[in-house]
Design a protein around this ligand. Sequence first.
Ligand code: ZN
Length: 210
Amino acid sequence: MSNRIKPERRGAEKPNGRELTGPVDHARIAAAVREILAAVGEDPDREGLRETPARVARMYEEMFAGMRQDPAGVLEKSFTEKYDEMVLVKDIRFESLCEHHLLPFFGKAHIAYLPNGKIVGLSKLARVVEILSRRPQVQERMTEDIADLLMIELDARGVGVVLEATHTCMAIRGVRKANSICTTSAMRGGFKDHPETRSEFMALIHGGRR
Ligand SMILES: [Zn+2]
């Protein structure tokens, strides 16, 4: 895995640039969760909570599985194809945990690219979103990482990425804006340089919805 890292996409590849080896430390998470329960005044040994630390440990392993997966590897198998118009996959559902509160944010990703002789299976785009979402994340970085990864791995002429998400850290605490949706976008190459390409992308995303 490590010999494929290119410096310009290190952020998309390895959280904090660190090589991750070995499994998630379940016992350590469980001990920490037990501590949290005790710290808020709960009794971690009462019946309803007894299994909670181990359950939470398994949950974090699942939610952070993307830390041990390489999104660039997913895009390695591409096909040579003369098609050079926009390829768009919209409404790719994702769930992630915000790294500021470890609370879920979830929504949809819309991804488009302008091929440069290389295309990938459409499911691979969804797989990239899944891997990058299963890490402690911020929506802005995830948006940019998807765009940069596709530009580099597909040698694309342009990439457009839009993420729309609900952040439970905003909905259930703090300002309590339950219905607000956060939209982020990253435009590269033709999507950045040509307003008409960008407009076509946005129209296709929102077609039939607004
Ligand atoms: Zn948050």
